[in-house]
Write a protein that binds this ligand. Structure first.
Ligand code: ADP
Ligand code: TZD
Ligand code: MG
Length: 582
């Protein structure tokens, strides 16, 4: 571990004991636990923490706004199963990072937000310190856990607890409050070293109970129209071959949720994505694997599921594999909960199936295949059209080809139409390649995700961004250029939120959803030395994407999309209060 110089005592004698300060102990504790990257933004009191971490070999990626650094940390956590670390200054920097902390908790991503804070004595008496805020109290409701370390001797425990809280059980966002005074505290270096903890088995396996496994198998055996739904928890769990075995041995058709796309190639014969609106209401037993029955699955009821009314049960029975014992029954009855980590749960199921398994009835599989064939044919027709100006479909037809040719590339996606069309048109072929707006449907994750994806994987990154979505984190193109990351951003520019044609009925201002017409987002990239390209046709888009991937240079392609092409809220128009009233 690193130490600081021996202290000069008052009388001028050199003390023999090397000392370690708070900065060093934090860095050593992180390194001891395998942290190799910090996403952050410097300032008082953590500037030297960032500098010294970098000097000590940790990669420190500095952003232009803490929110992007936070989103980067959150998705690094998802991709690696190690807590992504975000480092911010106090009060405003902390608050800028807080959105990402909440996002991590909501999405079950392991992340630690480490923020410097001002002096407790002054904060607690509200005496007006520099950037004063009771950060711990504010973080608590949106964090899975929140801790503060006051003494250098406790840094080891503080970081160990933060790591365990972030990755064990259901992963989430953890807040770690480090007051400025802590960094300046010095303790005997040898003593300090002994206080550090290398966390053993941070995310222990959770083996499911034998009875629970039997209950699941009983239910599946009786099913005539079984369906598996893979969620991002299944992607996070990194048990890809077990999941593939389960799906192929059972022969059960499956639907991947957005970030589970590519766990098996989207072109897999059992993938039912192209028949989604047929399989959900028709299935009799549905096995959820790392997916919650939240709004993204219409809460497991209503018309999507074949229920007679908006909230009526569709008659399905549910199996739910999840690490959280509290998840089952959150929306509808779960008949067979299987609680444990997905790897252990799936292995247990496979073990019990060794004696043989009967695949689902042919009528069910044939009915799905018929729907798929019809829907795929319809989509191919739409994709093949070449309208002027370019629309989402003709642009995404290009993106789809490029992604198929580059299956290792990580794929970032946000927007409304730019998200919904992309999700259904662009196939993924490998696990954990697609990262997007997640559980909240949040805008602003884009550029932070691009930086983290490139840094963590070393692979090419492709981002498809709505023009509004891009604006939330657009300044981070400087960060992408600064670190010279292989990121190709395609801005689907339809001049606004959903579309660019809305008008202020009074004629005074632009409509709240409309942006400057014909904006050149590509110029933004050029400002920092990256490559900017304007693409008005699929051919131009294809050429620019291919060149970006060949050169690996930071590239932003301004894809000019018909401003009338989008629909209100993309695919979630039904959630608009005005639509709900009807
Ligand atoms: P999606 O949005 O893709 O449907 P969700 O975020 O709703 O996925 O659900 C993910 C679920 O996965 C959460 O309920 C979480 O508890 C669970 N989960 C995360 N990691 C694991 C794991 N290793 N083993 C089991 N369940 C997990
Ligand atoms: N703010 C945040 C943080 N998240 C949000 N989801 C929204 C606002 C609301 N919102 C959406 O849900 S999508 C969207 C907003 C502002 C942008 C849609 O416009 P776009 O995409 O240009 O990104 P399309 O292709 O024009 O639909
Ligand atoms: Mg738009």
């Amino acid at each position: 571990m690193g130490t600081i110089e021996p202290q000069i005592a008052a009388g001028g004698d050199v003390q023999q004991e090397p000392m370690a300060d708070g900065f060093q102990l934090v860095i050593d504790a992180l390194k001891l636990n395998g942290v190799d990257t910090i996403f952050g933004l410097p300032g008082i009191p953590i500037t030297d923490l960032a500098r010294r971490a970098q000097a000590d070999g940790i990669r420190v990626l500095a952003f232009r706004h803490e929110q992007s650094a936070g989103y980067a940390a959150s998705i690094a956590g998802f991709l690696t199963q190690k807590p992504g670390i975000c480092l911010t200054v106090s009060a405003p920097g902390f608050l800028n990072g807080l959105n990402a902390l909440a996002h991590a908790t909501v999405n079950c991503f392991p992340m630690i937000l480490i923020s410097g804070s001002s002096e407790r004595e002054i904060v607690d008496l509200q005496q007006g310190d520099y950037e004063e805020l009771d950060q711990l109290a504010i973080a608590r409701p949106v964090a899975k856990a929140a801790y503060r370390v006051l003494h250098a001797e406790d840094i080891g425990v503080g970081i160990a607890r933060a790591i365990r809280a972030a990755v064990s059980g259901r992963p989430g966002g953890v807040y770690l409050d480090l007051p400025a005074k802590l960094f300046a505290q010095s303790i005997d270096a040898e003593l300090g070293r002994k206080t550090l903890i290398k966390v053993v088995d941070a995310a222990p396996k959770q083996i499911p109970a034998t009875e629970a496994v039997a209950r699941v198998l009983d239910l599946l055996k009786g099913a005539q129209k079984p369906l598996i739904i893979l969620g991002k928890g299944a992607a996070y769990a990194q048990c890809d071959s077990e999941l593939k075995n389960l799906i192929e041995i059972t022969g059960i058709p499956y639907l991947p949720m957005s970030m589970a796309k590519g766990l098996l190639p989207d072109t897999h014969e059992q993938c039912a994505s192209a028949a989604r609106s047929f399989v959900l209401p028709a299935a009799d037993v549905v096995m959820l694997i790392g997916a919650r029955l939240n709004w993204l699955l219409s809460h497991g009821k209503g018309k999507t599921w074949g229920g007679k009314g908006a909230k009526a049960w569709g008659g399905q029975k549910f199996v739910q594999i999840d690490i959280s014992p509290q998840e089952a029954d959150s929306n509808v009855r779960v008949d067979a909960p299987l609680i444990g980590d997905i790897g252990s749960c799936v292995s247990s199921l496979l073990n019990e199936m060794k004696s043989g398994w009967t695949k689902p009835p042919a009528e069910w599989i044939n009915a799905i295949n018929e729907k798929k064939t019809a829907n795929v044919a319809k989509m191919s027709e739409t994709l093949a059209r070449n309208p002027v100006p370019m629309n989402f479909h003709s642009a995404l037809n290009v993106v789809r080809d490029i992604v198929r040719e580059n299956p290792e590339a990580l794929f970032v996606n946000e927007g409304a139409n730019a998200l919904d069309f992309t999700r259904s048109i662009v196939d993924m072929f490998r696990p954990r390649k697609r990262i997007d707006v997640g559980t909240w449907g949040i805008m602003g994750v884009g550029m932070g995700y691009c930086v983290a994806a490139a840094a963590v994987s070393g692979e090419q990154v492709i981002a498809v961004e709505g023009d509004s979505a891009f604006g939330f984190s657009g300044m981070e193109v400087e960060t992408i250029c600064r670190y010279n990351l292989p990121v190709c951003i395609v801005v689907m520019n339809n001049n606004g939120v959903y579309k660019g044609t809305d008008k202020d009925p009074t004629g005074r201002d632009p409509a709240p959803t409309a942006f400057v017409k014909g904006a050149r987002y590509d110029k933004l990239m050029e400002a920092f030395g990256g490559v900017g390209v304007q693409a008005s046709t699929p051919a131009e888009l294809r050429k620019a994407m291919a060149e970006a991937i060949r050169s690996k240079r930071p590239t932003l392609i301004n894809a000019v999309i018909d401003e009338t092409a989008g629909t209100e809220s993309g695919r979630i128009t039904s959630l608009n209060p005005s639509a709900r009233k009807k």
